[in-house]
Design a protein around this ligand. Structure first.
Ligand SMILES: Nc1ncnc2c1ncn2[C@@H]1O[C@H](COP(=O)(O)OP(=O)(O)O)[C@@H](O)[C@H]1O
Ligand SMILES: [Mg+2]
Length: 374
């Protein structure tokens, strides 16, 4: 079991890189999309340099930041380890970053692993038994841990103790093992999948929200400074509007726009440069990419806005059902462009106007297909 590394900074980022490659759900979403929320190879290489190092540098998420600041200050004042922290939220919103900030603020070392990397209770026991006092244990994708490991974690979180089972069958004995006090920081994209006994053992739960455009503009200006790119405020606003509320996407779009500005211009990122560059990469004004637009296009043009079944829609787009459902739809639903109804997928009025199309006259007697009639 060596899926974790000691110490903050480079080494932990190395571990993060390895396990994220092993998570199949993340691999599917990536698909070389410029607007994927999961990290791609290039992100992993540059993210370490762009990560805010302390709470003061962390942009947005005011509520989470304020609460976490209190939790950490209080622990420091007591000279104790901080309560266990659960970070939940969509990919790319700053969970890994926050876990590293917690370690930095507590001046504690951090150990990084993930649910998928811990398949046996023994894997977890090995990690737990080598923790130092006050160490931060970051478990990413914590909802994907195996059941036996999860049960061992309950006891470790509550009593800083685990029972290590030695031997098999009737002769097996449980040897209690004392652990030094530590702080568990769990991250999950699916808080709803966490068993209540696990959720209840976190002293502090932070739910991360998508970022407002103004916050993304600040993320972009900060990253531009670190990458030595000159960005006009309108250029940052243009990129922010296409970043789907997600700092990771904002940073990635900024890098693509920078490339374009260097090759086609003098390196300065203006509004025009940003807009033209992102059109080249097929990311539209609202952050929809080619896949998103082809789903909307099929729904609007071939099925008059629906309702249409998922499988039929997928065939029309030429994609797998799962791709449409898991990769394209969540963002379209979040943006209020598409609705999933019991009778199938339906386009909203906003979808028609976003795609520059006029909805057909409502047919016939009212209730049918008139879900969004004025
Ligand atoms: N609040 C923030 N302020 C500035 N940059 C951020 C913020 N949140 C995330 N980022 C940037 O976005 C990238 C992805 O963040 P990360 O913590 O890896 O997300 P997650 O672990 O939730 O998928 C990081 O490189 C970081 O630079
Ligand atoms: Mg992460």
């Amino acid at each position: 079991m060596n899926d974790f590394a000691q110490g903050a900074g480079g080494a932990s980022d190395g571990a993060a890189r390895r396990y994220e490659e092993e998570v199949p759900g993340i691999a599917r979403e990536s698909r070389d999309r410029l607007v994927a929320a999961a990290p791609d190879g290039e992100d992993r290489a540059v993210e370490a340099a762009l990560r805010p190092r302390d709470l003061g540098e962390f942009i947005g998420q005011e509520r989470v930041r304020g609460q976490l600041d209190l939790v950490l200050k209080a622990a420091r004042a007591r000279g104790a380890t901080a309560d266990h922290v659960l970070l939940s939220g969509a990919p790319g919103l700053g969970k890994t970053t926050l876990s590293m900030i917690i370690a930095a603020e507590m001046e504690a070392p951090i150990r990084i692993s993930s649910g998928p990397a811990i398949q046996h209770a023994g894997d977890l026991a090995a990690i737990l038994s080598s923790l130092q006092e006050g160490e931060i244990l970051f478990l990413d994708e914590i909802h994907r841990m195996s059941r036996p490991a999860e049960e061992m974690l309950y006891m470790a979180m509550e009593d800083f103790r685990v029972d290590v089972i030695v031997g098999k069958g009737p002769g097996a004995t449980a040897i209690p093992l004392e652990l030094p006090p530590f702080t568990l920081v769990g991250a999950t994209t699916r808080a709803g999948l966490l068993p209540p006994p696990l959720r209840d053992r976190f002293g502090f739960t932070a739910h991360m929200e998508f970022y407002a455009p103004a916050e993304l503009e600040r993320v972009i200006h900060r990253s531009a400074g670190l990458l030595d790119v000159e960005v006009r405020p309108e250029g940052a606003a243009e990129i922010a509007g296409r970043s789907r509320g997600t700092p990771r996407i904002a940073n990635r779009l900024l890098r693509r726009v920078r490339d374009y500005a260097q090759v086609k211009g003098d390196g300065l990122v203006t509004r025009e440069i940003a807009a033209t560059a992102l059109e080249v990469y097929e990311v539209d004004g609202r952050g929809l990419d080619r896949l998103d637009r082809s789903v909307l296009n099929a729904l609007l043009r071939l099925f008059a806005g629906g309702p249409v079944g998922l499988s039929t829609l997928a065939v029309a787009v030429g994609e797998e059902r799962e791709t449409v459902e898991e990769v394209a739809e969540p963002f379209l639903v979040r943006e209020g462009l598409l609705a999933r109804t019991p009778r199938g997928r339906v386009a909203t009025p906003a979808a028609w106007s976003h795609m520059g199309l006029t909805p057909p006259r409502q047919r016939g007697e009212g209730s049918d297909g008139s879900l969004f009639e004025e």
